[in-house]
Unconditional design. Structure first.
Length: 414
């Protein structure tokens, strides 16, 4: 019998251990948040706890702490509370904190301006990305001391840390931090003006030191040197010289020769939310890979069961060489938590040596309207860890092959 440790006991134990922990010894680590009672499927020894990594980073901050996230949702006694306390503690010891969220109101979210009201050294801004670019500020990332970067599918929410499956990465690199902070600083100014024209000069600032596909950073690990570079969305709101996410995503898929393992919460070939029509870029790249003989496996969550998106996934599954499964995380037996119990990761692995992690769901608006960030990682060790995670899910009890004749329903999640 598996012994379930009370959530707050576990979180407090992590918090106490982090306070006494030494500085990071590694320059790279994967992280994940696992839904309660699914540890036997998703736990992987090479992928660390998101809450623990975030606490480590914040507790080690000495000068600056910059956080960009779609929203923040704290609840007393839950998993995000020690992280909020760590941010306040960092500010009290002199760390300059900036927090940027979207201005959209999300049910159950906390107002970050009230959450950190009267705290010294903490500035909070909300960006109206719907006004700026027609989407949302959907990226979830943190930069500590202009050198330590984390990127996650997880929102800064207690539910994301305990009831949703999320995936992320931490990289220690001043060069990468500088490139990502260029986007943060752009959005920080846009949040003040909510007018992209006023900050057009920022879009035209070109720095040869930006990390790109042609100028990746090199991160040495125990057994290999990783090549890493970021890519950004939306296409029309990028500072000069950075890579766009959709071009890098398609390029990575086009490199595939043997295998392509993909997982995302939602995937659609239809433009929505103000724009209508069909979007074929991603589907075409996948179909072309399959035609080259690439074995394609795709997992989407049951939140994607809505029409017409489920019909799009059925169509994908008809492509020879493409297999699709739908993931359903069982509900908790003792309580119902809105907007939880779902696989929220957004990643894929190409040929066992290229990993792609992003904050974007795979819909047109995430690449062309909304702020998102991806990291492309060339290296066998990260790919191996992600392959193990994918395979455990693919072969586990939570995924089932899509059925063409089945009438799918979206699960209740609000």
């Amino acid at each position: 019998m598996i012994k379930i440790i009370p959530l707050m006991t576990l979180v407090l134990a992590i918090s106490i251990s982090v306070m006494a922990a030494p500085k990071h010894e590694s320059s790279f680590e994967l992280m994940q948040a696992i839904p309660q009672h699914t540890e036997q499927i998703f736990y992987q020894p090479g992928i660390h706890s998101t809450a623990k990594v975030w606490l480590n980073m914040i507790n080690q901050a000495q000068h600056t702490l910059d956080i960009g996230t779609f929203y923040i949702a704290n609840k007393p006694g839950e998993a995000l509370e020690p992280i909020i306390a760590a941010i306040k503690s960092a500010a009290h010891r002199g760390v300059k904190v900036r927090i940027l969220t979207d201005s959209m109101h999300i049910g159950g979210s906390s107002d970050p301006q009230k959450l950190f009201a009267s705290e010294p050294n903490i500035q909070v801004r909300k960006i109206d990305f719907a006004k700026v670019s027609g989407g949302v500020m959907h990226a979830k990332y943190m930069v500590v001391d202009q050198r330590n970067v984390s990127l996650n599918s997880a929102n800064w929410s207690w539910i994301s840390l305990t009831q949703i499956h999320n995936l992320g990465v931490r990289v220690l690199s001043p060069e990468l931090a500088k490139t990502i902070l260029g986007i943060f600083n752009l959005d920080w100014r846009l949040a003040k003006h909510n007018n992209s024209a006023q900050d057009h000069a920022l879009l035209n600032q070109h720095q040869s030191s930006k990390v790109t596909e042609l100028r990746p950073i090199k991160i040495k690990t125990a057994n290999e040197t990783l090549l890493i570079h970021p890519a950004f969305s939306p296409v029309g709101l990028l500072s000069q010289g950075v890579d766009s996410e959709i071009s890098q995503m398609l390029g990575a898929i086009n490199q595939a020769q043997h295998s392509l393992k993909m997982q995302v919460m939602t995937f659609s070939g239809f433009k929505k939310y103000g724009y209508v029509g069909y979007w074929s870029e991603l589907q075409d790249a996948i179909a072309n890979a399959a035609m080259r003989g690439v074995k394609v496996q795709i997992i989407v969550s049951d939140w994607n069961n809505k029409h017409p998106d489920i019909n799009f996934m059925k169509m994908l599954s008809l492509i020879p060489g493409v297999r699709v499964k739908i993931s359903t995380i069982p509900a908790l037996e003792d309580r119902y938590i809105p907007y939880s119990r779902v696989e929220h990761e957004k990643y894929f692995v190409v040929d066992n040596d290229l990993s792609y992690l992003t904050t974007s769901n795979w819909e047109w608006g995430y690449f062309y309207n909304s702020r998102n960030i991806a990291l492309l990682i060339n290296g066998k060790q990260p790919a191996r860890a992600l392959n193990r995670l994918f395979d455990a899910d693919w072969n586990g009890p939570y995924t089932q092959p899509i059925k063409l004749n089945h009438d799918y329903r979206v699960p209740k999640h609000n």
